[in-house]
Each structure stands twice: as C-alpha cells, then as structure tokens.
Design a protein around this ligand. Structure first.
Ligand SMILES: CC(C)(COP(=O)(O)OP(=O)(O)OC[C@H]1O[C@@H](n2cnc3c(N)ncnc32)[C@H](O)[C@@H]1OP(=O)(O)O)[C@@H](O)C(=O)NCCC(=O)NCCS
Length: 148
C-alpha cells in the first residue's frame, strides 16, 4: 500500500461500514482509527484498487488482522483470498506465530475457518456501530501460523 492508495481503500471499507474513524467526543474509542500503510496491502484490477487489508503487530509473536475488504462488485472472485494470503505470508516471514482476527459476518467467519484453518476462540463486544449494524459482538478467531 502507498500513501496515495488510502482514499480508495477508505472508500471500499466504507462500502462495508468498516472505514476507520477519528476518535470524537461521541465516540472516544473507535474500533479502527487509522490505516497502517506500512502493514497494508491493496489488490488492483484494471488499474484500480478493488480490495485492501492490513495487520497490526501486538508483540513479536502475535498480530491482529485489520481492515480486509473487497469491492462488492469483485466479491467471490478470489481477490480476498490473495489479500489474506499476502498478509499471512508477510506475517510468517516476520516471525509472527499467532494471528488473531475479529469479524461479525457469518460468511466471513466460515471463510476464515474453511479456507485458512482458523479456529473460533471467543467473542468480544463491539464498541459502537461498525461493520454489520445489527451485530453487537465480534467473533474472535485465531490461526497458528506454525500449523499451516
Ligand atoms: C470476506 C471477503 C474479504 C472475501 O473476499 P472475496 O474476494 O469475496 O473472497 P474470495 O473470492 O477470495 O473467496 C470467497 C470464496 O467463498 C465463495 N463465496 C463467496 N461469497 C460467498 C457466499 N456469499 N456464500 C458462500 N460462498 C461464497 C467463493 O466462491 C470463494 O470460494 P472458492 O475460493 O472456493 O472459489 C469479502 O467478501 C469482503 O470484503 N467481505 C465483507 C467485509 C468483511 O467481512 N471483511 C473481513 C473483515 S475481518
């Protein structure tokens, strides 16, 4: 990801109600407040950005995935798979062992479990409306990179 990619990535994340937002008086602790360009990825098709993702390193062995979204008109075409694979490969190269992912969409939970070998480890309450408006919690998933 490059600095100039951020607006296109924000637009795709916004389509899924997942765009990072600034802390404010009404919302002092947003679910996501920024995009980390250094740990970010984009997918391009026909010269435009059609998907994005990133990750956050919590300690030398543990990272959390962030802000994976594909333009809805490209959904189901393998873009998400390539983005997810790219970030997992980079995390593995950096020595990350455990990858944590929080998501709320049942299709996406199944996708992580069936395509990438995650296991469900719990739930976390949402801090505010983000992603699916009618889901009040995240499903927490973990992947052990040493076992894949
Ligand atoms: C989750 C997401 C990133 C996946 O990206 P994608 O490009 O759509 O996924 P892919 O095409 O790589 O893989 C989807 C697979 O599931 C299948 N699939 C896609 N939509 C499906 C659906 N609604 N029901 C069942 N299967 C579906 C595809 O055929 C594909 O299977 P295959 O790999 O065997 O061909 C994307 O759908 C998305 O942006 N979702 C909304 C935001 C979100 O949940 N982000 C993750 C936050 S943690």
């Amino acid at each position: 990801m490059l600095e100039g990619d951020v607006p296109a990535c924000m637009a795709i994340l916004e389509m899924w109600n997942m765009a990072p937002r600034q802390a404010s008086e009404d919302n002092p602790d947003p679910e996501r407040s920024s995009i980390d360009i250094a740990n970010g990825f984009v997918a391009e098709a026909g010269g435009r950005i059609v998907g994005t993702c990133g990750y956050i390193v919590h300690n030398p062995g543990l990272a959390e995935t962030a802000s994976l979204a594909v333009d809805p008109s490209f959904k189901g075409g393998g873009v998400g798979y390539l983005l997810q694979k790219a970030r997992l490969d980079e995390m593995r190269l950096r020595g990350i062992r455990i990858v944590r992912t929080e998501t709320d969409r049942p299709d996406t939970i199944r996708w992580y479990v069936e395509k990438f070998g995650y296991r469900i480890v719990g739930t976390n309450p949402k801090k505010h409306d983000f992603s699916l408006p009618d889901a009040d919690h995240w499903t927490v998933l973990e992947l052990d990179l040493a076992s894949t």
